[in-house]
Structure formats: structure tokens, C-alpha cells
Design a protein around this ligand. Structure first.
Ligand SMILES: [Zn+2]
Length: 448
């Protein structure tokens, strides 16, 4: 790119979710990073030879970071299950999700789902994501099958295999080994354009033994990555732990010495006050999935209590509704309803959890803001609604307008690391008809 950069300007910019929106603002992109920013006329005067991208009618904001997704989940949409799931969360897993979906996945299905969903994520303004793949019969090299599709998407992806002993010790070990191999392979292949990395991941306390959990966290420490687990997604796990370990889930993780900032805990819905304290005191990072928590009848996560304790919280879709505008709306509405308080959570806080907060839960550095030195991961969203462009007096509720009245279809352009991956609402280089046909074919195989 040399000295020539690209200036991206828009009527409005939200450069960091918790800062005031800026009017007629622009950022300069060079070498994959934001390297300057300012009012558009001033920035263009400073860099007269740069290319210019005109975001008139749009708001410029950081790309979304989806802190928890299951790319393979798309294959279950519309699955003709003989019995609808089910009386409780355990039944959902044991009678439906494990035997009919996860255990049946193979490399071709995983790859087709990854190609479709990464395109869907990109089109909706997501620039980074964390995927959790559980497919015990697709070992080994399930993650490599997924990686090819993620590489092609241009997204920043952290991929993990959800290791579990529910099919036996050998399969559990193969899951941990899969992660170790993948983390090392990504590092060996790392170059300036490489955006895929790995993380350690286990399922839950009710499918993983204490030595197994310790081993996963030790491997994570020696590779300096985080370790993820699903925690208390409904009432089941806390009760199971009380029965089998004589204490609640997070008390157990704390007792065995793995409660720390290295732990990325997803869900965290049914927590006792003591468990919230443990999360706050030990620096466990949390991902919050407001919509899928509703879907499985898990409950409402005590996110406000965690935020009050300065817990790092990011939003995720859980592979349910992957439109991050819908996920943000879910968080915005759910916690207000639950507390009977319209001031319980602000749109800014929600946007923060969908950008910088989520990036922090994944240890992605300099991702989630549009400031000099940060990655050029951004989106332009059409904000020219039925009442026109926001005026300066509306700046205070610009983010509310984004959270409440925008959706994936309003995203016009998306950039990751200086490369456009969506242009004019179209995913660059993706033949959506072909991707759809392939997903359809693989869903039919899974269902049969
Ligand atoms: Zn999940």
C-alpha cells in the first residue's frame, strides 16, 4: 500500500462504543490498521493523495465481535426431529442435540456450514468471532476442515473444538489434542494476513472429569491461550455439581484452581451470589447469549450484576440468530424487562459488549475500536431512516437508533484488517447460491 492510504468517512462515527458519536468523521486505513482519524475535511487535507470511501448516509462503527457461535448449528435449522425438544435442558442435549446433530457431523458438513455462516456473519457486520465445534465423530482434523472456509471468508476467527468425555476418555483426549495441534498449526502458519487462531475448549462439568479439566487448563496455560467452557446454561449444571461435587459449578472450578482470567465462561445464566463473586474476584471472562438463553428456557443471566463488578462481558449469538443487531436488541430489552427498569442497561453498554467487550473476552488485542493503532475492522451501516439522518441533537440517542431499528440488512460495507469483505451489501467473492446449495445438500445428509 506504500504511503497511500484509504480514508473512510461517514456522516456519523462511533469510534468506541462508550464514547460520544462524532459527526462527519473519518478514519485513515493503512497497512491493515487505523493510522489516523479526525473530522473528514481535516483528515483529507492531511492526506491529499489517499483514496476516499464516501459513507454518506451511514454511520461508521467497529465491526461486531461475536463472542460465541456454533457455525455447524445452521445445519439444524428446520431439522425434522421426530420428537420436539423437550422437557428440560438435559433432555434437549441427550435426546436431541447430541445424537441427532453433533454426533452425526463429518468434515464435509462442518466445512459447508462454516462457509455459509461466515458469509452470513460478514454480511451482518461481524468481523471477528469465536467458534465452538462439538463433533466427536469428526476427529481428528475437524478444525482444519473448518479453517479453510474461515480463511476464505477473510474474518478474524478463533476456532476451538469442544472436548468432552461424554463418549469416553479416548475421545476426550482426542478433543484436547485437536485443539493443541490446531493452535500450534495456526501459529506456525501465522503471517501478516493470517486471521485464524485457536483456543482450548471443554464442554461442562457434567461431561468432563476433574483431571480432564485440569489437563485442558494446563495445556491452555502452556500455549498461552484461553480455555472456554459452557457454564450453568440452565438449572441443570449447578444442581448436578451440588449433587456430585457438593458445591456449585464455579465453586468447583475455583476449588480445582482454574478460575482465572484464562477462563472464558459462556452462558453463566443460573448463578448464585457466591458464583457471581467468584467470577468477579478471579477475573473469569464471560460471554452472554440473551437470545439462545431464552430459546432453551435457561433463564436470564445476571449480566448487570457482573458488569457492576467490572467483569469483562461479550455478546454472542450461540449460533441461534446470528444477526448481532438482533442479539444486541435481545440484551437491551431482556435486562430492562427483568429489572422493571428502563434505565437498567444502555444501548452504549450493549454495543460495547458486541464490540470491544467481546474482543476482550477473546484476548483479541486492538480490536473493537476505530482509533489509531487499532485493527481496521469496521462497518458502514445505513442510518438514513424514515425520519432522516440523525441531527447533532440526536447524537445522544444515535446508538439507541442502531440497536433498536437497524439490522443486518442495513450493513453496506464491512472491512477486516484493511480488506473489504462486504461491499454494497454483498459478500465479496462469495457465490451465495452455491454456498446455499451446498449447505442444503449437507443438511439433507445430516437429517438422513
Ligand atoms: Zn454454545
Amino acid at each position: 500500500m506504500g504511503d497511500r492510504g484509504l480514508i473512510v468517512g461517514a456522516d456519523w462515527a462511533v469510534t468506541a462504543a462508550l464514547d460520544e458519536p462524532r459527526r462527519n468523521w473519518a478514519v485513515r486505513v493503512a497497512g491493515g490498521l487505523i493510522d489516523d482519524s479526525g473530522p473528514e475535511p481535516e483528515l483529507r487535507a492531511r492526506h491529499p493523495d489517499d483514496d476516499f470511501c464516501d459513507g454518506s448516509g451511514c454511520v461508521l462503527l467497529p465491526g461486531f465481535v461475536n463472542a460465541h457461535v456454533h457455525l455447524y448449528g445452521v445445519l439444524a435449522h428446520g431439522v425434522p426431529a421426530p420428537a420436539a425438544p423437550v422437557a428440560d435442558f438435559w433432555g434437549f442435549l441427550d435426546d436431541y442435540w447430541w445424537p441427532l446433530v453433533e454426533n452425526a457431523l463429518d468434515h464435509e458438513m462442518i466445512s459447508a456450514a462454516a462457509a455459509w455462516v461466515t458469509a452470513e456473519l460478514a454480511a451482518g457486520g461481524t468481523t471477528s468471532f469465536f467458534d465452538i465445534l462439538e463433533a466427536p465423530n469428526a476427529l481428528p482434523d475437524a478444525l482444519s476442515a473448518q479453517r479453510e472456509a474461515v480463511d476464505r471468508s477473510g474474518l478474524r476467527g478463533v476456532l476451538s473444538f469442544e472436548a468432552t468425555e461424554r463418549m469416553g476418555a479416548a475421545n476426550g483426549q482426542a478433543g484436547i489434542d485437536e485443539n493443541v495441534r490446531f493452535i500450534e498449526a495456526c501459529r506456525a502458519a501465522a503471517g501478516p494476513r493470517s486471521r485464524v487462531s485457536g483456543a482450548m475448549c471443554i464442554h461442562t462439568t457434567f461431561t468432563c472429569s476433574e483431571p480432564f479439566i485440569r489437563q485442558a487448563f494446563e495445556a491452555a496455560a502452556s500455549l498461552d491461550v484461553f480455555c472456554h467452557a459452557h457454564v450453568n446454561e440452565g438449572v441443570h449444571e449447578g444442581r448436578w455439581c451440588a449433587e456430585h461435587h457438593g458445591m456449585r459449578t464455579l465453586e468447583f472450578y475455583d476449588r480445582i484452581g482454574v478460575a482465572s482470567p484464562r477462563f472464558q465462561a459462556s452462558q453463566c445464566v443460573q448463578l448464585t451470589p457466591r458464583e457471581i463473586e467468584i467470577i468477579g474476584d478471579t477475573g473469569i471472562r464471560v460471554s452472554h447469549m440473551p437470545l439462545s438463553n431464552c430459546e432453551v428456557g435457561g433463564g436470564i443471566a445476571p449480566v448487570l450484576e457482573m458488569l457492576a463488578r467490572d467483569v469483562t462481558v461479550g455478546l454472542g449469538s450461540d449460533g441461534y440468530l446470528n444477526d448481532m443487531f438482533a442479539v444486541m436488541r435481545g440484551a437491551f430489552l431482556l435486562h430492562r424487562a427483568a429489572t422493571l427498569d428502563p434505565g437498567a442497561i444502555s444501548a452504549d453498554t450493549v454495543l460495547h459488549m458486541a464490540t470491544e467487550g467481546a474482543a476482550r473476552t477473546l484476548g483479541l488485542e486492538r480490536v473493537g475500536r476505530l482509533e489509531p493503532g487499532w485493527h481496521a475492522d469496521l462497518q458502514l451501516v445505513d442510518i438514513d431512516g424514515p425520519t432522516g439522518l440523525p441531527t447533532p441533537v440526536e447524537a445522544h440517542n444515535l446508538v439507541d437508533q442502531l440497536v433498536l431499528w437497524r439490522n443486518a440488512a442495513h450493513v453496506g460495507k464491512v472491512m477486516v484488517g484493511g480488506d473489504w469483505i462486504v461491499d454494497g451489501g454483498v459478500v465479496v467473492g462469495a457465490d451465495m447460491d452455491r454456498l446455499r446449495a451446498r449447505t442444503l445438500e449437507q443438511a439433507a445428509r445430516l437429517w438422513s
